[in-house]
Design a protein around this ligand. Structure first.
Ligand SMILES: Cc1cc2nc3c(=O)[nH]c(=O)nc-3n(C[C@H](O)[C@H](O)[C@H](O)COP(=O)(O)OP(=O)(O)OC[C@H]3O[C@@H](n4cnc5c(N)ncnc54)[C@H](O)[C@@H]3O)c2cc1C
Length: 429
């Protein structure tokens, strides 16, 4: 069985480890000069979803691989460069490096008539290489392209300052002395606003819709460790919601008291934003919350409440779009936009095309990716028989209608998973 893994970030390394554990031959193609995915990019000065102030939001115990824990010398929430170094040391420890071709970009993956896949890549010297494989495991990440509001606010073309997306944001020091508006209350928005607030002359945080902001720790414990604790998982979903909402009232009070919109939905019915810093930076007067941007005019940014500020830069932290330019259209995202994969892994009509890491949990992704990787290795090994394409499509429909009910169906929500139930599903599969 010949297998190609695309990408050597956390997910590609997990897939490679699971394959090598079963003695399955594979090659892993990675376009970057090193392993580590998004975590190595800021250290290499490359544009990407990560930035120089980025630290883990999830505890190192849950973010490191189970068989190769992060060093006890690292803090609970290591910096991006420490995570990148850790991922490299994992690849070394697991003996994966000889199977990883760096600076090798996959250009296309096409189904072969008689079965299997043709993978065309460009190697480090710029030459094209065409190979065939029985199975292809896509682990190329999903924070691929900037998702900017379309259209931008009225008057955007008259704005005299810089408009950028968080993908092009590297370091708050690049904005020293400037007046900056950050748009978005997701993980990147709050991190970047807190970072900028230490360098910029003024930092405004523009927020359209309220989201639950959860500190990294409560009761002295990392929140993702709480989410795993038996005293928490033993409660019903409603009891968990009530417990967290009450704890949040104690830890931080109402978001409206900080000038932020209150969430219009209960906790866990939409993504939460993990941050220890943003509320403190607001209370220190270092970040000024504002509603959505209504319009731009010269260097003036006007907000939905009628107020306005002058700005030199606007940083849109409005999320990412997935991109799989090497795959034919229609997979893994279907015609409506959402990802359509059986158990978030298998493309029903494309035998031998599997995905690892195309999920978005609340908390660390690692245990889920490891479980996906083990299941994928069993599929490759013939240890797991997949159901018919019809049965797989039914599972996808059921899953997506659950997502539609809970979050509303978009490309981004279609990869949302609940840690406990998803782990159980994969371990029983
Ligand atoms: C700002 C931010 C903060 C985050 N914080 C956390 C956190 O605290 N905890 C957590 O668990 N998760 C966090 N995540 C989720 C994070 O995405 C995962 O931790 C993890 O890095 C995902 O790894 P990956 O391998 O799936 O994707 P990536 O890290 O994106 O790696 C994909 C790899 O595929 C390669 N690739 C892409 N296309 C090709 C191609 N055509 N040919 C060859 N190679 C290709 C890329 O170069 C890259 O190396 C965060 C994400 C972001 C954006």
């Amino acid at each position: 069985m010949s297998v190609c893994v695309i990408g050597a970030g956390l997910s590609g390394l997990a897939a490679a480890y699971a394959l090598s554990g079963r003695g399955i031959d594979f090659v892993c193609l990675e376009k970057a000069p090193d392993v580590g995915g998004i975590w190595r990019m800021p250290g290499a000065g490359e544009a990407g979803p990560a930035y120089r102030a980025l630290h883990l939001n999830s505890a190192k115990q849950l973010t490191g691989f189970a068989d190769f824990p992060m060093s006890c010398e690292l803090p609970l929430y290591p910096r991006h460069s420490d995570v990148a170094a850790y991922l490299r040391s994992f690849a070394e420890w697991a003996g994966l490096l000889p199977r990883i071709e760096l600076r090798t970009e996959v250009l296309s993956v096409r189904k072969r008539r008689g079965g299997g896949w043709t993978v065309t890549s460009r190697d480090a010297s710029g030459g094209k290489v065409v190979r065939t494989f029985d199975q292809v495991i896509v682990a190329s990440g999903h924070h691929s392209e900037p998702a900017l509001p379309n259209p931008l606010p009225p008057g955007a073309s008259s704005f005299g300052g810089t408009i950028l997306h968080s993908m092009d944001y590297q370091d708050g020091r690049d904005f020293a002395g400037q007046r900056v508006v950050v748009v978005g209350l997701g993980a990147s928005g709050v991190d970047i606003a807190a970072d900028l607030s230490r360098h910029a002359e003024r930092t405004v945080l523009s927020v359209r819709r309220g989201l639950h902001i959860v500190p990294k720790q409560m009761y002295g414990m990392s929140v993702d460790l709480i989410a795993e604790a038996s005293w928490f998982t033993g409660r019903s979903f409603e009891e968990q919601q009530r417990f967290v909402e009450e704890s949040l009232m104690v830890a931080r009070g109402r978001l409206s008291d900080y000038g932020l919109p209150e969430p219009d939905h209960p906790i866990f019915s939409s993504a939460v934003t993990i941050s220890d810093e943003i509320l403190s930076r607001i209370r220190h007067g270092a970040v000024l919350p504002k509603p959505a941007i209504a319009s731009l005019d010269g260097d003036r940014v006007s907000f939905a409440d009628g107020t306005s500020v002058e700005a030199d830069a606007i940083v849109y932290c409005t999320g990412f779009r997935m991109a799989f330019p090497f795959l034919a259209a229609g997979c893994p995202t279907g015609p409506q936009g959402p990802v359509e994969l059986y158990r978030r892994i298998v493309a029903p009509d494309r035998p031998g095309l599997l995905f690892v890491g195309l999920i978005r949990p609340v908390g660390s992704i690692t245990r889920l990716v490891e479980a996906q990787a083990r299941w994928v290795a069993r599929i490759v090994d013939g240890d797991v028989a997949l159901p018919s394409a019809d049965v797989m499509r039914k599972e996808i429909d059921g899953y997506l209608s659950g997502i539609a009910e809970r979050y509303g169906l978009t490309e981004g929500t279609s990869v949302q998973v609940d840690v406990g139930p998803y782990l159980r599903e994969l371990s029983e599969a």
